[in-house]
Design a protein around this ligand. Structure first.
Ligand code: PMP
Length: 403
């Protein structure tokens, strides 16, 4: 199937509402197709009841839609059961649940956790905080000269027998795709619990969690054409059972009395409180909608845009490219030599080109590569070659203004 860019783009009202903008900040959040907005709106307009609680039919219908959404996610990830899908507000909350939930159950003083130098703060700070509290040691896989994870160092750190290995599938700054499938296997060989932060990797291709064989896989809905405020913590039941819940309250209990409380079964044990029902339904709508398109064709289109952008930027002698184009999920980090990244982004913003500048919630990565920050362009399937052309013209103007 060929990719019909015009038809794909037409699914997003944003481009009609804001025809003058070029949106290249997709790693921060993506636009939502009509199907997602309609699913959320329909829920609020037609049902709008709480789930698992009401005696009335509206609540039962809401519960059905909500649980069907869970099933959609389970099928999408090829999970082996619906109880392996835990709703949360996003990758950050999922990683916080993991860091909190493994401390004291799996992780004890003197144990080790292994993450990498290119992680998003969401996969650093929760570990760091709880490690300090519990006397657990945090090791970091460094980058090699090509800004890839140093695999020799990984082997050395695995030999220290970490109990948990948690790593990003794709760097949110560089776009580089990490060899997580192989790394998970190696981590499992030393008995570690494995976590993949799929926040930027969920769109690479449909993940098969059984094939990856990771213990946990997390992602945010808003980075796969879905709503904000909803995300997924996938876990194998056996490892989900090890987690101490982060939140306590309604829904996650079976029996409560002042002499004690018994907890509910999975997945509800890890879902205290009223969930983001509409957004769960919206995320399922995003996944169903996405599956109507040829994923390979979208990926090929994105790859062409990436190459066009990379080649164009490379033409300018004033540009310092930080990302490599090979094995890249569609993100380019760069700087204008001698200029501050924020100035570059502000000048692009004046030309209605939306990019991000700064350290992108990955300060240790910037320390590792010895840079103060970068401008980041992140692509999505709805971007067009014309938009890349316009961006390159805008960059040339920025270069001229700053020269
Ligand atoms: N991990 C990575 C790699 C990310 O890119 C992000 C989002 N920028 C997160 C985690 C956190 O996602 P969220 O803000 O949606 O919780």
């Amino acid at each position: 199937m060929n990719f019909d860019l015009a038809a794909f783009r037409a699914e997003f009202a944003f481009f009609n509402q804001q025809p003058d903008w070029v949106y290249l900040d997709n790693a921060a959040t993506m636009h939502k197709p009509a199907a997602v907005i309609a699913a959320e709106t329909e829920f609020y307009q037609t049902f709008n009841a709480n789930v698992h609680r009401g005696a009335h039919q509206l609540s039962q219908q809401a519960t059905q839609l909500f649980e069907q959404a869970r099933d959609t996610v389970a099928v999408y990830l090829n999970a082996s059961g619906r109880e392996e899908i835990i709703w949360c507000s996003g990758a950050t909350s999922a990683l916080n649940q993991l860091a909190f939930g493994l401390m004291g159950t799996v992780l004890h003083p003197g144990d080790r956790i292994l993450i990498s130098a290119l992680e998003h703060h969401a996969n650093i700070v929760p570990w760091q905080f709880h490690c300090q509290q519990h006397g657990v040691l945090l090791d970091v896989i460094p980058l090699d000269a090509n800004q890839q994870l140093d695999q020799a160092e990984y082997q050395r750190l695995l030999a220290l027998k970490p109990k948990v290995v948690s790593m990003a599938q794709v760097s949110n700054v560089l776009g580089h795709i990490q060899p997580v499938a192989a790394m998970v296997q190696q981590a499992k060989a030393v008995g570690a619990i494995t976590i993949i932060d799929g926040a930027q990797g969920i769109l690479l291709q449909q993940p098969d969690v059984q094939q990856l064989d990771c213990d946990f896989y997390v992602f945010s809905g808003h980075k796969i054409y879905g709503p904000t405020g909803i995300g997924v913590l996938f876990g194998k039941c056996s490892t989900l059972e090890l987690l101490r819940p982060l939140l306590y309250g309604g829904e996650m209990i079976q029996q409560v009395s002042f002499s004690g409380t018994t907890l509910n079964q999975l997945p509800y044990r890890l879902e205290a409180g009223t969930p983001n029902i509409a957004s769960a339904i919206g995320l399922a709508a995003a996944l169903r909608w996405l599956q109507q398109w040829d994923q390979g064709a979208i990926a090929a289109h994105k790859q062409q845009l990436l190459q066009q952008l990379f080649d164009g930027l490379q033409q300018f002698s004033g540009i310092e490219l930080i990302s490599q184009v090979q094995n890249n999920a569609g993100i380019i980090a760069f700087n204008i030599k001698g200029e501050h990244h924020s100035d570059v982004a502000a000048l692009l913003d004046q030309q209605q080109i939306a990019v991000r500048a700064g350290t992108h919630c990955a300060m240790p990565l910037f320390t590792a590569i010895g840079k103060a920050g970068a401008v980041r362009i992140s692509l999505a399937g709805y971007n067009s070659p014309q938009e890349i052309d316009r961006t390159l013209v805008a960059v040339s103007q920025v270069l001229e203004i700053l020269s």
